[in-house]
Ligand binder design. Structure first.
Ligand code: HEM
Length: 356
């Protein structure tokens, strides 16, 4: 990555074995907002402190903020496409919005590292936040999702992963930031396991054991793989997912924590619409007959230097400033120079009709 482009947070990390997902709401009051702001400058140091003890553990952490939290904590300027989670689908099959101001996505190859970092980060926030959801996810055999299919195969990698997830010149003050959509799904595993493998394969759109995409001649248009494939101007638009299975067999809880990163919320929301409403409407994702979304949140992930600099933001001053640039660290690009040559610029597209 060229030197003049801010370092992103650890969005495009290699696959890890363990993850902790924490969603917290902010307590009311300026003293709590000040604590949360100051914490932004501590995150990277805490990741270093915990992670350096086991270098092979590949510990990382991504921090995201909801639309409401951004306004409370940081004011203007704000990420161009940050908005509250948009719900999709009929009442019996709905992608619901649930409370959440701060998202922590902690990953490592061993759970003790995730656990220690989560403890350190949450302890620092103290009473300034209330954790409303915490999920400890594990990698299941050969990258299987809870429903038994390999998950993540069609993720973009390398340069493509960066182009699809990092904001470029479409929002110059937030270069190298990302949007992340998180949902906790709970599965009816008894119902799912009662289906034949062939039926499950038509629902997912891939073979179960060998993870090969079904031929278009037999793959239903309602398959998960079809409905989450977006094509814009003849080119596929991808997102970067890092779903994790989780659960408590003794309580009958079997889940998938869905987490998807992109440089705009648009493609992730379009996928959700296709899954929950259907493409065309009614031709919805049958995986949802056996899975329901228990949570939903959309968050903005600032670049690593911006996360640190946010500690010094004064939301009141920022809201009244003529020029927003004083809130942006001097080393972040503020011009409209292209930051990602060859990118698809999907962040500049609005509405829901741009995908085939
Ligand atoms: C119940 C939760 C979910 C489960 C268990 C699940 C599982 C899977 C599996 C097994 C695959 C096939 C392998 C792969 O390419 O990764 C897949 C593909 C995919 N999923 Fe999901 N998924 C879930 C939710 C979602 C949601 C909410 C979205 C987007 C909003 C999504 C987007 C995608 C995309 C983009 C692909 C790749 C499609 C392709 O290019 O063929 N998934 N998912």
């Amino acid at each position: 990555m060229p030197n003049d482009i801010p370092e992103p947070q650890a969005v495009t990390t290699p696959i890890n074995r363990s993850a902790i997902f924490i969603v917290a709401t902010l307590a009311d009051g300026e003293e709590h907002a000040a604590t949360a702001r100051a914490w932004c400058a501590d995150v990277a140091a805490l990741v270093r402190s915990v992670g350096k003890r086991v270098p092979s553990g590949n510990l990382s952490c991504v921090v995201g903020f909801s639309s409401g939290a951004w306004d409370t904590l940081f004011g203007a300027p704000r990420p161009a496409q940050l908005h509250p989670f948009r719900e999709f689908g009929p009442s019996e099959r709905r992608a619901i919005a649930t409370p959440g101001d701060i998202l922590l996505h902690i990953r490592a190859d061993q759970m003790d590292l995730c656990f220690e970092l989560a403890t350190q980060l949450i302890t620092r926030l103290g009473e300034s936040v209330q954790v409303v959801d915490e999920v400890h996810g594990f990698r299941y055999f050969d990258l299987r999702s809870m429903v038994g299919f390999v998950d993540g195969t069609e993720n973009p990698t390398g340069r493509e992963a960066i182009d699809f997830t990092m904001i470029g010149d479409e929002d110059p003050e937030f270069v190298s930031g990302s949007y992340v959509l998180a949902q906790k799904y709970l599965h009816d595993m008894t119902g799912w396991n009662a289906l034949s493998v062939e039926t499950q394969e038509r629902i997912i759109g891939r073979t179960k054991l060998s993870d090969i995409e079904l031929d278009d001649a037999v793959k239903p248009t309602s398959s998960h793989s079809s409905l989450t494939t977006l094509v814009e101007n003849g080119q596929e638009v991808k997102i970067l997912r890092d779903n994790m299975p989780f659960g408590r067999p003794g309580s009958g809880e079997f889940g998938t924590y869905f987490i998807g990163y992109a440089r705009s919320p648009d493609p992730i929301e379009k996928m959700l619409e296709n899954m929950f409403v259907g493409r065309p409407p009614g031709n919805y994702d049958r995986l949802l007959d056996f899975s329901h979304a228990a949570t939903g949140g959309l968050f903005f992930v600032p670049s690593a230097p911006l996360l640190e600099a946010l500690a010094d933001r004064d939301p009141q001053a920022a809201n009244t400033a003529d020029d927003a640039s004083p809130n942006v660290p001097a080393d972040l690009p503020t011009s409209a120079e292209p930051a990602h040559e060859g990118s698809l610029n999907i962040g500049s597209l609005k509405g829901t009709s741009q995908y085939e």
